[in-house]
Design a protein around this ligand. Structure first.
Ligand SMILES: [Zn+2]
Length: 72
């Protein structure tokens, strides 16, 4: 887990609730944004799914490109 700078009033980048720095072990710092560990995990899951989906969509798009290509 990456350790981030001490922000005076960190707010969770996902649920927008204040993160209590007394429980900083429950927080994750990523891309200059603080997240609750649980929120970060949820976001990571969603991102993973979104990435998978975009890969699938890209494949579909590629298939369409091939089909509509003048060479075929
Ligand atoms: Zn949160």
């Amino acid at each position: 887990m990456q350790d981030g700078p001490l922000v005076p009033d960190p707010v969770c980048g996902r649920c927008n609730k204040k993160i209590d720095m007394a429980v900083r072990t429950e927080a994750v710092y990523q891309d200059e944004i603080w997240f609750h560990t649980a929120c970060h995990r949820e976001g990571a899951d969603q991102l993973f799914r979104a990435t998978r989906l975009s890969v699938v969509l890209k494949d579909v798009k590629r298939g369409v490109d091939i089909i509509t290509s003048p060479l075929f």
